[in-house]
Design a protein around this ligand. Structure first.
Ligand code: FES
Length: 579
């Protein structure tokens, strides 16, 4: 038995053998301290060691069920002849972390990268759920590039309140209704428990669901990973099957870079358009491409989205919820509708192509998944606008916008930062009307810092009272994937580095034309040059700690807001290999 296992190990060239197959003092230490967990000797003999990278945390409620999922993965790994080891990494809960979870995405990715490389792992399963836990784990794993498989936590079941289905997108509606006195304080509190009633992440096509679809579209997960609800027993089945599969992936040496090809990224962009995915998709996919070394730029999102209509009728662009998408056939059924458009030969973690994975998938509910000929909306995806206000680009999600505002000129109402916005937005004296354009500065990567999800600023109360439900809003920040409106985001360069956004003044005319991809500040170059002379950085630059590192090295939004020194990878080799 031992001899046979040694033969397999030689063939497999397990990196964990550098620890557990060592002779002498080093091997003694590596094995002995693992044995204090009750692990028998034969677990160290030529078995692929599978790390289960867990973002479980009670401070990340969307991922609070991950201990159960990890147990299912372990069973699968053991069944396939592997040796599972679970380890924690920094967990980013979208709702509680201040000032914004995005500030820590890159930090968490460093934790993941170094944890994988430094330990005796042959393959890794990433347990991801709430928004930033997916990109941070995928980014970190890309920089090591060993066989890796992603399991998402799954969406919550849809909420129910007063006879209606509700989800995270209703938070913005409840807030507006509460401000207008249309719902009471008591009703507001009651709705909280009715919305988040099961384990899992946001039930709409917010950023977490978008990220789960992204990993399935990239080929990093087993089919149906994105939409099985967290509370559905089939989520555990998928986890167990993923545990079995990662052991095989190690034997096949199916590393991330073999899956994450340029074709996989193009597929992800097209599929994101078809689902009406979050604008955050842009920033995270760019960062992932930067880590794995695929040449992708912001214009690719517009280019590959253009011919894709909205196929998934899911909130916030549509009406339904993620569990409805699963019952309707899930992402495999949606991808099958796009067969003629995507790269069907892209390989996925199960060793099959994306075409093979989806070839028998059926659509069971045409109210949820449309066809290319009969989509829910003709326009979808991400539109990239450029002009003097955003020379490097800004993004807008047309499926969540008011069509009439996609081409609009209006006077700017400027908020210099988030504090200025909060102080004045509901001031009855604020000079603003239904044709105005709200501009929020200094909420970008460096300025906030961390590029907060505040771009879909609430409409001023006095306009809500007049029945205004949408305005063009422009910022260098991001928007929650559950948000909606005619919201121009990710303006690059941001205000804090002296981008044109920093020079906008109250009353300036701004012209947005999403159809022609332009965003123009109608102020002469001469006047802008004068304003630039007197512009001063007003946001605090931190002098210590991680925030100092982040502000010093974070790249602009159109590059993915990763840190410049984290681009690419360092592989899986440990530099100094002795105890
Ligand atoms: Fe975690 Fe929405 S808050 S996914």
């Amino acid at each position: 038995m031992v001899r046979k296992n040694k033969r397999v190990m030689k063939e497999l060239k397990l990196r964990s053998a550098n620890w557990f197959n060592r002779k002498g003092k080093d091997g003694f230490i590596y094995r002995a301290w693992m044995k204090n967990q009750g692990i028998p000797s034969d677990m160290f003999e030529g078995k692929p060691v599978i790390g289960i990278c867990n973002t479980w945390s009670e401070l990340t409620p969307c991922n609070a069920h991950f201990r159960d999922l990890a147990e299912a993965v372990k069973k699968g790994v053991l069944e396939a002849g592997g040796f599972p080891v679970e380890f924690p990494v920094m967990s980013l809960g979208e709702t509680l972390i201040k000032p914004t979870a995005m500030l820590y995405r890159n930090l968490a990715s460093m934790d993941v990268e170094e944890s994988i490389r430094a330990n005796p792992l042959d393959g890794v399963v990433l347990l991801c759920g709430c928004d930033k836990t997916t990109p941070s784990l995928v980014m970190g794993a890309c920089s090591v590039d060993i066989p890796t498989l992603v399991i998402s936590g799954g969406p919550m079941l849809k909420g129910h309140w007063k006879g209606k289905n509700i989800g995270t997108s209703d938070v913005w509606r409840f807030d507006a209704a509460h401000k207008l006195g249309q719902i009471t304080d008591e009703e507001f509190v009651e709705a909280e428990a009715c919305m988040a009633r099961t384990q899992g992440h946001c039930a709409v096509m917010g950023t977490a669901s978008t990220m789960a679809v992204m990993v399935e579209a990239l080929g990093l997960s087993l089919p149906n990973n994105a939409s099985i609800p967290a509370a559905d027993a089939r989520r555990k089945v998928l986890s167990r099957l993923s545990g079995r599969r990662i052991v095989e992936m190690v034997k096949e040496d199916l590393t991330m870079s073999k899956i994450l090809t340029r074709k996989a990224f193009e597929n992800a962009i097209m599929i994101n358009a078809a689902i009406g995915g979050s604008t955050n998709f842009v920033i995270h996919l760019l960062a992932i491409a930067g880590r794995i070394g695929v040449d992708l730029n912001i214009d690719d999102f517009d280019k590959f989205s253009q011919r894709i209509p909205l196929l998934a009728n899911i909130q916030p662009s549509g009406e339904n919820y993620m569990e409805d998408l699963y019952y309707a056939g899930g992402i495999p059924a949606l991808i099958r509708e796009m067969k003629s458009l995507i790269h069907g030969d892209a390989i996925t973690v199960n060793g099959k192509t994306i075409d093979e994975n989806c070839s028998t998938a059926e659509v069971y509910d045409r109210h949820v998944i449309g066809t290319i000929q009969q989509p829910f909306k003709p326009e979808s995806g991400i539109v990239v606008v450029k002009g003097n206000l955003a020379p490097n680009g800004a993004v807008i999600k047309p499926s969540a916008a008011t069509p009439a505002l996609l081409k609009h000129s209006g006077k700017a109402v400027v908020f210099e930062n988030i504090e200025d916005y909060h102080a004045r937005v509901d001031d009855p004296e604020l000079e603003i009307d239904a044709t105005s354009i709200m501009v929020l500065k200094n909420v970008g990567p460096k300025g906030y810092p961390g590029m907060a999800e505040v771009g879909n600023m609430s409409i001023p109360k006095k306009l809500l009272e007049q029945g205004v439900t949408d305005l063009v809003r422009i910022s260098d920040g991001r928007m929650s994937g559950t948000g909606f409106g005619t919201v121009v985001l990710h303006v690059s360069p941001e205000a804090a580095v002296g981008g044109t956004l920093a020079l906008v003044m109250n009353g300036d005319i701004i012209s947005l034309d999403a159809h022609n991809r332009t965003l123009q500040l109608e102020v002469s170059e001469k006047e802008l040059a004068i304003r630039r002379e007197t512009w001063k950085q007003r946001e605090k630059i931190h002098s210590r700690g991680y925030v100092h590192l982040y502000q010093t090295h974070v790249e602009q939004a159109h590059l993915g807001a990763d840190m410049d020194f984290l681009r690419g990878g360092s592989g899986s080799t440990v530099a100094r290999d002795s105890h």
